[in-house]
Design a protein around this ligand. Structure first.
Ligand SMILES: CC(C)(COP(=O)(O)OP(=O)(O)OC[C@H]1O[C@@H](n2cnc3c(N)ncnc32)[C@H](O)[C@@H]1OP(=O)(O)O)[C@@H](O)C(=O)NCCC(=O)NCCS
Length: 155
């Protein structure tokens, strides 16, 4: 998944096995430390691993702070509604269990599939929140959009 150019189109470099494994180890450590983080996503009927979804602290240096939701699925798992289903479970955990007042989501302006997930789960974008990611060099991955959902806005 992390070495697939289609999956990585809006994320940056392709990851080697070593870098991918290191990111999973980091996810595990952050989860243990904070009590929330990234979880594996499996197809309920079969138990097949298809990717991950979860919550993360917004990186330092961004023009906003908070907790963000995210997702990444292997290419064959796209187009089945799995990301939105997982994301709704993550939102429920963030609001109902962790008691977060608001959850954010960030992606590149060009990542229309990810933005569609954000809209499907009830998040909204104010164009005034659009920003250039200061950690990314000039190029197509620099312009980013910010979506939000407040606990009070959930139906
Ligand atoms: C972003 C990403 C997770 C979106 O996955 P996705 O499968 O398009 O998203 P959803 O789970 O919401 O699925 C919606 C699609 O499933 C279809 N679908 C099929 N059966 C469905 C069902 N039972 N329920 C809901 N949707 C269903 C929908 O019609 C929609 O199809 P469409 O895109 O052709 O309109 C995926 O593209 C990805 O992993 N990208 C690479 C990583 C990435 O960019 N992550 C985000 C970084 S911010």
């Amino acid at each position: 998944m992390n070495a697939d150019p289609e999956v990585r189109e809006h994320l940056g470099d392709l990851l080697t096995r070593e870098r991918s494994d290191a990111s999973v180890a980091r996810f595990q450590a952050e989860f243990d430390q904070r009590g929330y983080g990234w979880s594996a996503v499996e197809v309920q009927a079969t138990g097949e691993f298809i990717g991950f979804a979860g919550l993360d602290q917004v990186d330092d240096g961004m023009p906003f702070t908070g907790v963000e939701i995210g997702w990444r699925l292997a290419r064959p798992a796209w187009g089945h509604g799995y990301a939105s289903e997982a994301a709704l479970a993550v939102l429920a955990h963030g609001f109902d269990t962790l008691g977060l007042p608001e959850i954010l989501a960030v992606t590149t302006a060009t990542n229309h599939r990810s933005q569609a997930v954000m809209r499907r789960i009830g998040m909204t974008r104010n164009p005034a929140d659009d920003f250039d990611d200061p950690t990314v060099p000039e190029g197509p991955l620099r312009p980013n959009v910010l979506y939000r959902i407040a606990r009070s806005a959930r139906t």
